[in-house]
Design a protein around this ligand. Sequence first.
Ligand code: KIV
Length: 269
Amino acid sequence: MNPISIRTLQAMKDRGEKFTSLTAYDATYAQLAAEAGVEVLLVGDSLGNVVQGHDSTLPVSTDDMAYHTAAVARGNRRAERPALVMTDLPFMAYGTLEQGLENARKVMQAGAHMVKVEGDDWLIPLVESLGRQGVPVCVHLGLTPQSVNKLGGYRVQGKEQDKADAMVAHCQALEAAGADVLLLECVPSSLAARITATVGIPVIGIGAGADTDGQVLVMHDMLGLNTGHTPKFVKNFLTGGRNVQQAFAAYTEEVKNGQFPAAEHGFSA
Ligand code: KIV
């Protein structure tokens, strides 16, 4: 079967078919998730929290991201239909255009198919440059964990009308600059639905309601391995006697048939 690419995701959006994404940090879980039908494996800098034991993503380095990307890429290649591997550029790894290009090179050469960066329209020059170099980009907006100190905590973004309008404008500008995918974290479900309907590129949501084109969860959260506060948007799929493979399959099925996320997993404006 053909590996998942950005063209696959675009075609799924165009057909109105939902797709799934899960974080992965090692070869075994990457292979199991791809075999369960997950389309996008996100090597998230959340590995700072769930693998390294930090209380934020800030300590994660580009070398850490490249190491975990290489492991995920090896496991993914063993699956019958490999997923698309998307890797976060970590905190301060794209403060300048030169840093962004160099660090994107490192994770792409480690096995990523796409990079993800957090921010808004200030990323336009980087998105354009990466596109010219043949690097697909996902821009992560809303609650951007690398900016937790500036945001004053992990809180829902875009509740106010002016902030919501600005987010829509930023998404349109990023699409025009060549962004391939957008990811919205912890924004009101109505705003995520508006952005998904406004842009032509695929939109992935986490804590963003049911109307985005795709959904993503941190693997540890959806396996009920959360050791601290469990966010409202999380559902534990490792229940009812399921094993890990069955939990991954249940997640993909519930996203595709619209059962997950339910209204209770979203935020109001
Ligand atoms: O790093 C990560 O796991 C992420 C998800 C929360 C979307 O960016």
